[in-house]
Design a protein around this ligand. Structure first.
Ligand code: 6GU
Length: 238
């Protein structure tokens, strides 16, 4: 997979892409990252990438030309094969569809992703019309820009690429793969400040452990996430 990231702040991505699983996936050749700065495509003396909204209002709007040119330049780069020239384009925006595990799984099947992270009050609507990206939000709160959202999407996607997770990282059948939250986990010591590890986990009885864990997952999901719990129950009925 090739992932292009378009941003005004490429320096935000350095530590993220060179740490842990995103880094190891690149080292294993599963993914290649390419950063592009919109500013490099500015054409005026001030290197403008934004302008005031028509009709008035607060804040500044990402303008068309730098974004269209940056996308065209990024998609021209990179090997044609196996990467198709046009990427699956993702524009990070609070107006987007809410990101979830199913979306991460769909993106993980693509050869080429291109993430557009903006600052300011948003994008000129003709960017959305002209580039036809998937508009993605990571939740109902306001960030100062799309960069953190882009990192969230990249992290969730890259760990799904076959071979990205070592055995010690656990498999992809964790929370949300089957729609239940995770069960509680314990490690040494067996007792800490008067708190003990549940006996069943020390029993060596694998069937009993699996049954306990499933019960815990259901209990947690029912208590904490009624939305996930009803969806799970609906699926069990089918
Ligand atoms: Cl994708 N961008 C911004 N600026 N804020 C957000 C977001 C994205 N998702 C949630 N909040």
């Amino acid at each position: 997979m090739r992932i292009d990231i378009l941003t005004l702040f490429p320096e935000m991505f350095g530590p993220f892409l060179s740490t842990s699983i995103p880094k190891r996936a690149a080292e294993k050749g599963l993914v290649e990252y390419q950063l592009t700065n919109f500013r490099d495509f500015a054409t005026d003396a001030h290197l403008s990438v934004d302008d005031k909204p028509f009709g008035g209002g607060p804040g500044m709007i990402m303008m068309c030309q730098t974004v269209f040119d940056a996308v065209a330049a990024a998609e021209m780069q990179g090997p044609q094969d196996p990467h198709p020239r046009m990427a699956t384009r993702i524009l990070l925006s609070p107006q987007g569809q809410k990101f979830d595990q199913a979306m991460a799984q769909q993106f993980a099947t693509q050869e080429r992703l291109l993430l557009i992270a903006g600052r300011y009050e948003g994008f000129d609507q003709r960017i959305v019309e002209g580039l036809q990206p998937s508009e993605v939000s990571i939740g109902d709160y306001v960030l100062s820009g799309g960069e953190l959202a882009a990192m969230v999407v990249i992290d969730a996607v890259v760990r799904l690429l076959p071979g990205a997770l070592g055995a010690e990282d656990g498999a992809a059948d964790e929370t949300f793969a089957d729609g239940l939250l995770e069960h509680p986990q314990y490690t040494r010591p067996r007792e800490y400040r008067g708190m003990s590890v549940p006996d069943v986990l020390l029993s060596g009885n694998h069937a009993a452990i699996a049954a306990w864990r499933l019960e815990q997952r259901k209990k947690r999901t029912a208590e904490r996430r009624p939305d996930l719990w009803s969806a799970y129950q609906d699926r069990q009925k089918k």
